[in-house]
Write a protein that binds this ligand. Structure first.
Ligand SMILES: [Zn+2]
Length: 300
């Protein structure tokens, strides 16, 4: 699932191409054959009709990331919210619609097989298309009044942003809300810290030298400080490398990021630990329903 660095990469791309463009048309087939149709997502056909009515003719002002959500702010006080979930990613380029299928007409990366599962598009006033590829159709697309963001169900309970609103002190405070939790799960809890998921929590804990099953209440001030420093370093590296494309993630031009080549723990099961002089082996264990990967020696 895209985490903070991947969503940041997408939002940076959107801000390069979308502002000032007008949304000329909306298309989606999310409502076909999907379950769990909550009334306020475009998987619900009635909501899709409302979404179209509200969005067509509006101008894109800017894009923003909050936790793992993409917010696209429009004129008329409307904001589109997209959560990419497991396999979603936004693409930008030239497309044509033939039969019942969207096809990239630019030759190149937009034709990568991972970019072919188009279930939602915005046709733009410059002739380009913002297309959303989502193989498993788990993503969420909705719309809200911009001035209601603070009370929006997907935004109101989120913890602070690690790269702009977090300090060692506020991290300590946030962690103290879950004293009995294990650190791996608590780091992925979006109400504690925003934007960290399975990949980056493994990498943060590897760099901190902290075992993923440590109870939060057992961590010393020094250890919380190490987690904070590692979080900033690992997330910034993820952004510098354009995100992680071990799975489906691609940037808006269909290109892969590079963080998957820098993993120290995530999906390196049975490989030798890369920490100098450690000699440990990366081990996989299911913790809180998710696979954790960690060194059996230096993560204590
Ligand atoms: Zn190690």
């Amino acid at each position: 699932m895209p985490e903070l660095p991947e969503v940041t990469t997408t939002v940076k791309g959107l801000n390069q191409v979308l502002p000032h463009l007008i949304i000329a048309d909306v298309w989606s087939d999310y409502h076909v054959g999907t379950k769990n149709k909550s009334p306020e997502v475009i998987k619900n056909e009635k909501f899709l009709e409302y979404f179209k009515k509200e969005v067509i003719g509006k101008t894109v002002l800017s894009a923003e990331r909050r936790a793992k959500n993409i917010l696209i702010h429009l004129s008329g006080e409307k904001t589109i919210l997209i959560h990419m979930k497991m396999t979603g990613h936004l693409l930008f380029g030239n497309y044509s619609f033939t039969g019942s299928k969207w096809t990239a007409t630019d030759t190149g990366l937009l034709q990568d097989p991972f970019n072919q599962f188009i279930h939602f598009t915005l046709s733009l006033s410059n002739g380009k298309t913002l297309a959303f590829s989502d193989m498993r159709k788990f993503a969420k697309v909705t719309l809200f009044e911009t001035n209601t963001r603070d009370s929006h169900i997907d935004l109101k309970n989120l913890g602070p942003e690690p790269l702009s609103h977090l300090t060692k002190e506020t991290l300590t405070q946030q962690l103290s809300k879950k004293p009995r939790g294990v650190i791996k799960s608590v780091l992925m809890d979006q109400t504690v810290v925003a934007g960290v998921g399975n990949i980056y929590s493994d990498e943060i804990l590897w760099l901190s030298g902290i075992h993923p099953e440590r109870k939060v209440e057992s961590l010393s001030t020094n250890e919380v400080g190490k987690i904070f420093d590692s979080m900033i370093e690992v997330l910034n590296t993820g952004i510098e490398l354009g995100g992680d494309s071990m799975s489906d993630y691609r940037n808006i031009y269909g290109e892969r990021g590079g963080f998957q080549n820098s993993h120290k723990a995530y999906r390196r099961t049975k490989q030798i630990c890369q920490k100098k002089g450690c000699g440990g082996v990366i081990t996989r264990k299911v913790i809180g329903g998710r696979s954790a990967h960690f060194c059996n020696i230096h993560q204590k």
